[in-house]
Ligand binder design. Structure first.
Ligand code: 6GU
Length: 245
């Protein structure tokens, strides 16, 4: 069975968008996954088809109504009982490669895209919806976040990625950023490709890449070192890393 994605949005025209191109687009055309965008506004009940209202307690912006959203959510949950539902919101738990892998290994995903200032919190109490964020910045809506999430999932589906092994060494799979890459020309603007990469010594190259991955992670993402450092596996030689107890 194909991986089935359903997106609940006020802007269904934003889909498939970039997901209709390249790797994801080919997989979509090949039937490896499917995508349906559901218009939330179709579930509004008043003559103005309103989906939002002013925030209780005052303040800026508008809040998406729980009653209208619940009607849309219930239809989607009923149609796809086995697929979890996420809501894209900057108030959510951070999206990780681990969660992406978990989603991609299942039957599909339903994604509610927030707009305006937010979603009436009672929806999250009353329905099984997991709020997820893609980072510490604010987007104008959850749609671009949903596209990012789906892109990350689809590339992991069987038959999507060109070289199956290229998913194993990449960023985050070992709790580290990936090592830096180089290609021809050998010299560019006076800069040469690191000699070790031309040595043909695969063990030496692997050791160099691991060292670079750790150095770059340490300087760019100390939070990842903090989180994974203690739990990281021993090196192939069996030596303890100096930051392990
Ligand atoms: Cl998932 N939605 C919105 N609107 N902003 C975000 C986000 C999501 N993740 C980070 N910023």
């Amino acid at each position: 069975m194909a991986f089935a994605a359903t997106v609940l949005t006020l802007y269904p025209e934003m889909f498939p968008g970039p997901l209709g191109q390249s790797l994801a687009g080919r997989a979509l055309a090949d039937g490896i996954w499917s995508l349906e965008a559901v218009q939330i506004r179709d579930f509004a009940t008043d003559k103005h088809r309103s989906v939002d209202d002013t925030p209780a307690g005052g303040g800026a912006g508008m809040v998406m109504r729980a009653d209208v959203l619940a009607s849309a959510v219930d239809l989607v949950l009923e149609r796809q009982r086995d697929a979890p539902m996420l809501a894209m919101t900057p108030r959510g738990e951070p999206l990780t490669q681990g969660l992406v892998r978990e989603i991609a290994s299942g039957p599909g995903i339903s994604i509610l895209c927030g707009r305006f200032e937010g979603i009436d919190e009672r929806l999250f109490e009353a329905r099984p919806i997991r709020p997820v964020s893609i980072g510490d910045y604010v987007l104008s809506g959850g749609e671009t976040a949903a596209i990012a999430l789906l892109d990350a999932c689809v590339r992991l589906l069987p038959g999507v990625m060109g070289a199956p092994s290229s998913g194993e060494e990449e960023s985050f799979e070992a709790g580290l950023l990936e090592y830096p890459h180089y290609t021809r020309p050998y010299e560019w603007e006076g800069r040469r490709i690191p000699e070790v990469l031309r040595s043909g010594d695969h063990a030496k190259i692997a050791a160099w890449r691991k060292q670079m991955a750790e150095a770059d992670t340490r300087s760019r993402r100390p939070d990842l070192i903090e989180r994974h450092g203690g739990a990281r596996r021993r090196s192939p030689s069996g030596a303890q890393r100096e930051d392990e107890g």
